[in-house]
Each structure stands twice: as structure tokens, then as C-alpha cells.
Design a protein around this ligand. Structure first.
Ligand SMILES: [Zn+2]
Length: 128
């Protein structure tokens, strides 16, 4: 099942070609600063430029991500301070109706190895 609509997926596939040898999230402050919604102490809250169309069988209303400033692959690499800021931030957005999802490093769907946690707000009506 495709997560994005066809047009967004095509744009994403083209975008990814630019980052075959570098990390899109490490380059984001220079290459795509418009993506950053909010700068936290150790993370960026960012707009997903290629948002999912459907999540949990519902249309997606808003798709944000929380991205550590450091290039880490897994949650286990986060410091205590980073972990604390991440959980606090996820809680703030969960309270606003966002669901939380982070793929394991071994998940074959994961396209950017730099750890990131999706915050996905759905429109609430289940698509049949
Ligand atoms: Zn990175």
C-alpha cells in the first residue's frame, strides 16, 4: 500500500536522488530551512515536505516530524537530555491529536536512516 498520493511520491523519489550520499536531515538547516517549523534545543520540529495521504485508514490532516539535530540512527543513541526533550515534545503534540510513529532502523520502508519520529494528525473519518 502506498502512503503518499502519486504526485507527492514522484516528487519524493526525485528529492531522494539529491541525498544518495548525504543525509537530508543533516543538510536540512542549510538546504531546506523552510521545512523547519520550530527549533528546539536538541531537535527540529519539521513539516514533512512529502506528507502521507493516508494513515491508520484515515486521510491525513497534518504530518510533522521530530528530528534530532545529531545524526543518530536509533532511539537508543539518544542522550538522557535528548530523550527527555523528545518525550516531552511528543506528549505536547499527542495532546493536540497527533499520533506518534517511528520506524525501527531495520524497517525496510524507512527511507532516511537518520532517526525521526512522525507526528500524524488524521481527519478522523475511516476510509473504507
Ligand atoms: Zn543525518
Amino acid at each position: 500500500m502506498q502512503l503518499r498520493n502519486d504526485a507527492t511520491q514522484a516528487e519524493y523519489d526525485e528529492f531522494k536522488k539529491k541525498y544518495e550520499t548525504t543525509c537530508t536531515f543533516c543538510e536540512m538547516p542549510n538546504d531546506n530551512p523552510q521545512q523547519i517549523v520550530k527549533e528546539l534545543a536538541e531537535f527540529y520540529l519539521v513539516q514533512n515536505m512529502f506528507p502521507y495521504a493516508v494513515w491508520d485508514s484515515q486521510a491525513v490532516a497534518s504530518h510533522l516530524m521530530v528530528v534530532p539535530k545529531r545524526h543518530v540512527i536509533s532511539l537508543q543513541e539518544l542522550t538522557v537530555s535528548e530523550s527527555s526533550e523528545l518525550i516531552h515534545t511528543l506528549g505536547v503534540y499527542e495532546d493536540q491529536g497527533y499520533s506518534v510513529y517511528a520506524r525501527a532502523p531495520s524497517n525496510v520502508i524507512k527511507s532516511v536512516s537518520h532517526q525521526h519520529t512522525h507526528l500524524i494528525q488524521t481527519k478522523g473519518a475511516v476510509i473504507q
